[in-house]
Design a protein around this ligand. Structure first.
Ligand SMILES: NC(=O)c1ccc[n+]([C@@H]2O[C@H](COP(=O)([O-])OP(=O)(O)OC[C@H]3O[C@@H](n4cnc5c(N)ncnc54)[C@H](O)[C@@H]3O)[C@@H](O)[C@H]2O)c1
Ligand SMILES: N[C@H](CO)Cc1c[nH]c[nH+]1
Ligand SMILES: [Zn+2]
Length: 431
């Protein structure tokens, strides 16, 4: 863990180093991913079977075995404890409600010149959801990916999830069913992204691919972009916590570790104005690490990428937070709304002492697929907007064309585009 104090002369370069530290890079996998994508384009299902055997450790009998059947999904769901299914349902209801409230209205704007202008939102026809499954299973990510697509009105929702050793977590399948996923394939990595983008004999191509994943998945999304749309590329998790000494150090410690336990490349940072509180949190992190089943992963993340920054005042903390542009921001301060007003760059904010980020991962309602790696400066979390597109429209009456047409003719002539000008002028009775 890096310990910094903004009063120290060495703080500015040390903070710059923290900003620049590459926690996970896709550069080292780009050639391998290009090979995998080329293999899928060339050989389709045959490459998918071969790569699944190589990277996920099981040999599908044929391409049909890649698709999870309705009966398998029903059997998996039937085996889940009712209270776990109830928890899944509570999460789904809340996520669905929040995303429904995001749905935008069409626009229709008649103007004084006699034109009517509009904008219409329509859902995508087919989307692919990548649900990670290499090192851990994420039923919550199934809900977060699929429910916005369903709310947006997408017709075909194809989900891919790797099945290490041929196994898929039953709760992942139950979540897919609850969220209205229409097809599930037990494939993962770059080969799954390529199959969704280019299609194979057994998997029809989609229009857009969304969802988080490891470096191979991120690089594959980057390489298929253009052929299909993609959401922003979500990398290793991160959290920044702003906390004063009135907090329980243990609460802050586990909030930091909740991100750190995702993977060794995750990043957790505390900003506080109290040196003794900083010490207490650092000690609590060590104590908690010793008790966590994923302590080795979380400890590696904390040692390599974690930081505790002592600030002179909260204004300084807000400015540093804007530079960090974190995926998650916890504001454990007396007036968290006032603090939030000072922070412009964060994927999602969690306000108050009773709002740990883990609530947002599972049950709050807003999406947990969020911009990482400082991309919250220009990107936003997954939402219904990722599954909708806009079409603008214009309706003109004869009087409307007479009002605005001459200006169009003048501009067309200035650009030397005679057919453009004539298509307007003829309707104005000129020429
Ligand atoms: N931002 C979010 O909302 C969110 C949610 C859940 C998980 N995550 C992140 O997603 C990531 C999931 O990673 P994961 O690895 O557990 O699962 P994953 O599904 O992303 O990756 C597993 C796949 O990687 C491929 N792969 C592994 N080694 C390979 C190699 N040497 N060559 C080619 N392909 C290889 C395999 O095809 C395998 O199926 C983690 O970083 C996690 O923190 C993010
Ligand atoms: N914190 C992760 C996204 O940044 C999402 C997640 C899923 N399950 C638990 N957490
Ligand atoms: Zn999480």
């Amino acid at each position: 863990m890096t310990r910094l104090d903004t009063r120290d002369a060495g703080f500015p370069p040390a903070f710059e180093a923290l900003l620049d530290s590459a926690r996970e890079t896709t550069a080292r996998v780009d050639a391998a991913v290009a090979d995998i994508i080329a293999g899928i384009r060339r050989e389709g299902d045959a490459a998918l079977l071969r790569l699944t055997a190589r990277f996920d450790g099981w040999q599908p009998s044929d391409a049909a075995a890649l698709r999870v059947t309705e009966a398998e999904i029903a059997a998996a769901t039937a085996g889940i404890a009712p209270d776990l299914l109830a928890a899944l349902d509570l999460a789904a209801v809340r996520i669905e409600r929040f995303h429904r409230a995001q749905m935008p209205q069409d626009l229709e704007l008649p103007d004084a010149d006699g034109l009517t202008l509009g904008m219409r939102w329509t859902p995508l026809d087919a989307v692919g959801l990548y649900v990670p499954g290499g090192k851990a299973a994420y039923p919550s990510s199934v809900l977060m990916n699929a429910l916005p697509a369903r709310v947006a009105g997408v017709g075909r929702i194809a989900m891919v999830v790797p099945a290490p050793g041929g196994q898929i977590n039953p709760l992942v399948l139950a979540a897919a069913r609850r969220a209205g996923v229409t097809e599930v394939y037990r494939i993962g990595g770059a080969q799954a992204v390529a199959a969704l983008a280019w299609g194979t004999d057994s998997i029809a191509p989609v229009d857009r691919i969304v969802g988080p994943g490891n470096a191979y998945v991120a690089e594959a999304k980057r390489q298929v972009f253009g052929r299909v749309g993609i959401d922003s590329i979500a990398g290793p998790s991160e959290v920044v916590v702003l906390a004063d000494a009135a907090n329980d150090p243990r609460h802050v410690a586990v909030d930091l570790l909740a991100q750190a336990e995702h993977d060794e490349s995750a990043q957790a940072i505390l900003l506080t104005d109290d040196a003794r509180f900083a010490d207490a949190v650092a000690a609590a992190v060590e104590a908690e690490l010793a008790t966590l089943p994923r302590g080795a992963i979380a400890g590696e993340s904390w040692r390599r990428h974690g930081a505790v920054i002592l600030v002179r005042d909260w204004e300084e903390a807000y400015a540093l937070t804007n530079r960090l542009a974190p995926e998650h921001l916890q504001l454990m301060l007396p007036d968290p709304r006032a603090a939030m007003a000072k922070v412009r760059h964060a994927g999602a904010c969690f306000l108050g002492r009773y709002c740990p980020e883990a609530i947002g991962d599972y049950v709050a309602g807003p999406n947990h697929v969020l911009p990482t790696g400082r991309t919250a400066r220009f990107a936003s979390g997954l939402s219904v907007f990722d599954f909708l597109k806009r079409t603008t429209w214009v309706e003109a009456t004869e009087a409307g064309l007479h009002a605005v047409g001459p200006a169009a003719v003048a501009l067309a002539e200035a650009e030397g585009l005679q057919a453009h000008g004539r298509s307007v002028a003829l309707r104005l009775g000129q020429g």
